[in-house]
Design a protein around this ligand. Structure first.
Ligand code: HEM
Length: 434
């Protein structure tokens, strides 16, 4: 029988029910694992089962060849000109949010819960990016999807009970009906796009993410390559759900924590505002200007270091591998505790728990110690999208309002895969002179 080394501290083995997990914190091994072994590792049965009725077999949960194929199809949607084309949606949605904040203040409200605004804003942005003009319907779909997410999370607590997913329980019945509702609405949008092409009103399915996926689906059919790995209708729907889930809560959390940090650190708020004024000259930030907002970028990095929206990276190993001095057998789960690594005094120094964006002045990091978007081939495909979005929103917010943390704010981060402020983040806003 093969054995693996178990050491308490930097690495240790523990059991989660019947699943053995190796917790890994050594940056060299993490880097090696995420870059070299991405094809023989992936998402476990439990993870995939837990989200099957929610995001299905989309990119986040795919493994092996399926993952490779899907990543190849969607990656271009987050690069170059296509990525740049989303900036307009981001600006428009942010303007609407700023307007609703102004209205709230004018109606006598003295403070706002910023997480609420950021969640709505990032959901609006991803709805428009995915569905273009059909985004109102998209928002309805995503509202139902949020409900479905909660129900699936509740039901997945019982996954360790054999056969539980087949019980006709209250959760399971509700999940089935919500899933049907979401997919019926998605099919309506898809069908109306298909009709437009079929009656000749349009020669493509559109430039948004959904349009891109549908064009890809038709291309494959046209090529006569309709095998299992090709994208089919179910996969198009799973991908739409995946991108909404992966792309809105994470970014909303990044924005919420960043506003909390800037509201609590007046000198950094002033410095960032001065930079934005200087670079953008009082206007809407252009794409060229975004790359010049270096202080803002440092603040965003420091926020993701202290409060990484994805606090852990879970992976399962599908083949025996050798990792440094470790022999890792097939079937073992590897957990990379991003939150603990980001707070390690050994890696970041004595002030590891403090807000100090200066530490990001230098661009050279020890690889494997800063992992907000994971690393290697299976890193976050929406990383550039998220950073562009965060910079546009924060630059526009900081030039419109000054903000301080409210005395009602209670600092209570809770970790449930993501890191959320348990009681929200209440800030007092003050409009700035134009
Ligand atoms: C601050 C915002 C974000 C953070 C911190 C973040 C973080 C991450 C992390 C850590 C992963 C790897 C998860 C794992 O494999 O266990 C990931 C994957 C992914 N992210 Fe993001 N993400 C963010 C925003 C976005 C956005 C805006 C989108 C899309 C619009 C997106 C789409 C995805 C997808 C589809 C994957 C799966 C990639 C793959 O497995 O190939 N993310 N993200």
């Amino acid at each position: 029988m093969k054995l693996i080394l178990t050491v308490a501290g930097k690495r240790f083995l523990y059991w989660n029910g019947s699943e053995p997990r190796l917790c890994l914190t050594e940056t060299k091994l993490i880097k090696e694992f995420l870059s070299k072994h991405s094809t023989v590792s992936g998402k476990s049965w439990q993870q995939r089962q837990g989200s099957k009725n929610f995001i299905g077999e989309g990119l986040l949960m795919a493994n092996g060849e399926d993952w490779y194929h899907q990543r190849h199809i969607v990656a271009p949607a987050f690069m170059g000109d296509r990525l740049k084309s989303y900036a307009g949606h981001m600006v428009e949605c942010t303007k609407e949010m700023l307007q609703s904040m102004k209205i709230a203040l004018e109606s006598g409200q003295t403070e706002v819960e910023i997480g609420h605004y950021m969640t709505k804003l990032t959901a609006d942005i991803i709805s428009r990016t995915e569905f273009g003009t059909s985004y109102q319907k998209g928002k309805k779909i995503f509202h139902l999807l949020t409900l479905l997410q909660t129900r699936c999370a509740q039901a997945s607590r019982h996954l360790c009970i054999p056969g539980s997913r087949f019980f006709p329980s209250k959760y399971n019945r509700e999940i089935k009906s919500l899933k049907m509702e979401v997919e019926t609405l998605l099919m309506e949008i898809i069908q109306s796009r298909k009709d437009c092409v079929e009656i000749g009103r349009s020669n493509s399915y559109g430039n948004d993410l959904l349009g891109m996926l549908l064009n890809e689906m038709q291309k494959k059919k046209g090529n006569g390559n309709n095998n299992n790995s090709s994208i089919n209708l179910q996969l198009v729907m799973d991908q739409c759900k995946t991108f909404f889930f992966a792309g809105h809560e994470t970014t909303a959390l990044l924005l919420t924590w960043t506003v909390m940090l800037l509201a609590s650190n007046k000198s950094w708020q002033d410095k960032v505002r001065a930079e934005v004024t200087n670079v953008c000259d009082g206007g809407i930030p252009s794409l060229d200007q975004l790359s010049k907002l270096t202080l803002l970028h440092m603040v965003i990095n420091e926020s993701m270091r202290l409060y990484p929206p994805a606090s852990v990276l879970p992976r399962m190993v599908f083949e025996d591998i050798v990792l440094g001095d470790l022999y890792i057998p097939k079937g073992l789960s590897i957990w990379i505790p991003v939150l603990a690594i980001h707070h390690s005094e050994k890696l970041w120094g004595k002030d590891a728990n403090e807000f100090n964006p200066e530490r990001f002045t230098s661009k050279s990091f020890v690889p494997g110690r800063f992992l907000p978007f994971a690393s290697g081939p299976r890193n976050c495909v929406g990383q550039a999208f998220a950073l562009m979005e965060a910079k546009i929103i924060l630059a526009m917010l900081i030039s419109r309002f000054s903000f301080t943390i409210s005395e009602n704010y209670r600092h209570a981060p809770v970790v449930v895969l993501t890191i959320k402020p348990k009681y929200g983040v209440q800030v007092c806003l003050k409009p700035l002179e134009p």
